[in-house]
Write a protein that binds this ligand. Structure first.
Ligand code: ARG
Length: 585
């Protein structure tokens, strides 16, 4: 099924051609779902932008478009409003037919895109032996949701974890490793280095205190880069330890990623510098090799250099990203490359993309996107810290969320006089706690900073995960109470949409596909959260006004179907946010 917005766009394009000729075939008809029911269900605000080329007034243009518009099967007679908006109201027949198609279908009648695209989502990407901090958590949650939406649409998505597993800090870490675990390099057994962040801190203390240690560390970097076996082994041990720690968090959150860290691109770095030189973009500046950027200047107003090779021969973060970009285009054949990091890295992306573009490495069909997000703040409005003022450990944060959820749940169970097994409590607390963290993040417009509050995210009221999960449980319960054999009925259910609340709910259910297309385009998962939140509100209004189980046929089956479809939509929508539903809570 073509989404309603897409379908209307096609119809408008045909009307444009019929009214004004072939030249208008490629114009974007600008059809959007209306946010205010007063203005119909969909709105086209095209006429205003055509006044210049057509030398006419917008209302006259709108009339001409409507005269040529063939949408009787979809909409009531269009209305012109204000300076030339065309407002459209869906016909109930059309709604019924579309919803019936959704009912019997696992994908809710949303087809896969054709043709699909190869896309890369570069997300999470923590650094080895350093803290995986809340910024990485945001990247992980947002990146996963974006990947899920694109995958659902049928794109081929490669989820890449661009971990920081290379760099001068390894000289220090390896030297320290050799010092404290001299046997580690010769035993085949996996080594537990304990807390790597603490390990890093101790190594840094040694590095800052001891000149010989410092010098050894420098040589160690060179040895590592030259491929010395013991150094490589030590490096591997460090990476493995980090990987194990990261994996615990990915397992908790249900995140799948392909690790392809910075070290993977080492082999390509010299070539990047060579080619930039060949193309004539490379400039030697005080011993460093760099490309001067356009549109970026320092305080003195001079063009800023992007250093691709340092004086000591070492390469930079940007050099690796240039190599990664080429690999993703030339080897992976990706045509949409999405990077999910905090907004603080925006300049970094703008800069190396500019160099890649000027080098001619970005074909026209390739789109580069930076999915930027704001900082995580504590309830005091400052950067999130623990009570004792340290950076928050992700593990602890997730554990705390689950504990909070468990306490809430236990209180509720007691108040309701229920008895539940420990297994049930643990399971529900785990899902609710982790979903709450995810949903709180995803439901905000990612570009703004966000305030981390356990109380808010675990509240059963408002736009939160517990609220959404609870709505699902309730709706499921209602459709279950109806005792309907769905398998048997799905094909020949006759929907009856009469009450206002039924129609409003039905129209909202139909919008899922449009919303997903929007999210896939703008990469803003909060749009999906908002949609689901509104869905449960519209459902509540419907359920307050309309009898369901007690209704007579054919209303009864029809309304139970609406319940079922709402539950299925919630389940699918939440799954695209990385949240699994509960049958009971
Ligand atoms: N490791 C980086 C960090 O922690 C993020 C990497 C993002 N991806 C990239 N291709 N630069 O900030």
């Amino acid at each position: 099924m073509t989404s309603t917005v897409e379908l209307l766009k096609i119809k408008f394009n045909q009307a444009l051609v019929a009214a004004f000729g072939e030249d208008f075939a490629t114009i974007d008809p600008m059809v959007v779902a209306s946010t205010n029911p007063k203005f119909g269900d969909y709105q086209c605000n095209l006429a205003m932008s055509l006044t210049k080329p057509l030398k006419s007034n917008p209302r006259a243009i709108a009339t001409q478009i409507i005269d040529n518009l063939i949408i009787d099967e979809i909409c009531e007679t269009p209305e012109i409003a204000g300076p030339g908006f065309i407002n459209l109201r869906l016909k109930t027949d059309y709604l019924q037919i579309q919803l019936q198609k959704m009912l019997g279908d696992e994908r809710l009648n949303i087809p896969k895109v054709n043709p699909n695209q190869k896309m890369i989502v570069d997300f999470s990407s923590p650094n080895i032996a350093k803290e995986m901090h809340v910024g990485h958590l945001r990247s992980t949650i947002i990146g996963d949701s974006i990947a899920r939406v694109l995958e659902f649409q049928g794109h081929e998505v490669l989820r890449l974890n661009h971990v920081g597993d290379w760099g001068t800090q390894f000289g220090m870490l390896i030297t320290y490793l050799k010092e404290v675990y001299p046997d580690a390099l010769t035993t085949a057994n996996a080594l537990d280095l304990g807390d790597l962040v603490e390990f890093y801190r101790q190594a840094k203390v040694r590095f800052d205190q001891d000149e010989t240690f410092k010098e050894t560390s420098r040589q160690e970097v060179v040895r590592l880069q030259a491929g010395a076996e013991d150094s490589r082994r030590a490096w591997q041990l460090l990476c493995e330890q980090s990987r194990r720690e990261f994996q615990l968090i990915y397992d908790d959150l249900g995140i799948k990623l392909t690790e392809r860290g910075e070290s993977f691109y080492n082999q390509f770095l010299p070539q990047i510098v060579e080619e930039l030189d060949k193309i004539g973009l490379l400039v030697e500046n005080q011993g460093a090799k760099c490309v001067f950027l356009e549109g970026f200047t320092n305080k003195e107003g001079e063009p800023l250099p992007l250093i691709v090779q340092k004086t000591d021969g070492g390469y930079n973060y940007a050099t690796t990203d240039l190599a990664a970009l080429r690999h993703r285009i030339e080897t992976e054949k990706a045509t949409r490359i999405i990077y999910v990091t905090d907004a603080g890295q925006t300049n970094h992306f703008m800069q190396f993309w500019q160099v890649a573009k000027r080098a001619g490495w970005i074909p026209e069909n390739v789109e580069l996107v930076h999915v930027a997000f704001g900082i995580v703040k504590g309830e005091d409005g400052k950067k999130l810290k623990t009570r004792s003022g340290e950076t928050v450990r992700l593990r602890e944060l997730l554990d705390e969320a689950v504990n909070y959820a468990k306490k809430d749940l236990e209180t509720r169970i007691k108040a309701e006089g229920r008895t539940e097994t420990q297994e049930f409590i643990d399971h529900v607390a785990e899902i609710v706690g982790l979903s709450a963290v995810k949903y709180a993040d995803l439901s905000q417009n990612r570009t703004s900073d966000y305030i981390f509050s356990f109380d808010k995210m675990l509240s059963l009221q408002g736009n939160t995960a517990p609220y959404m999960l609870y709505a699902y449980v309730r709706i499921q319960g209602i459709s279950r109470k109806g005792n309907i054999d769905w398998q048997k009925l799905e094909t020949d259910i006759q929907l009856v949409l009469e009450a206002d609340e039924e129609v409003v709910l039905a129209k909202h259910l139909l919008q899922l596909q449009d919303i997903l297309e929007e999210v896939a385009k703008d990469l803003l998962p909060n749009r999906l959260c908002q949609y689901l939140f509104e869905l449960s509100q519209k459902f509540n209004q419907f359920y307050e006004q309309c009898d369901v189980v007690k209704a007579r046929e054919p209303q009864r089956t029809s309304r139970l179907s609406l319940c079922d479809l709402t539950a299925k939509t919630l389940k699918l929508g939440l799954s695209l946010l990385g949240i699994s539903v509960l049958e009971r809570m």
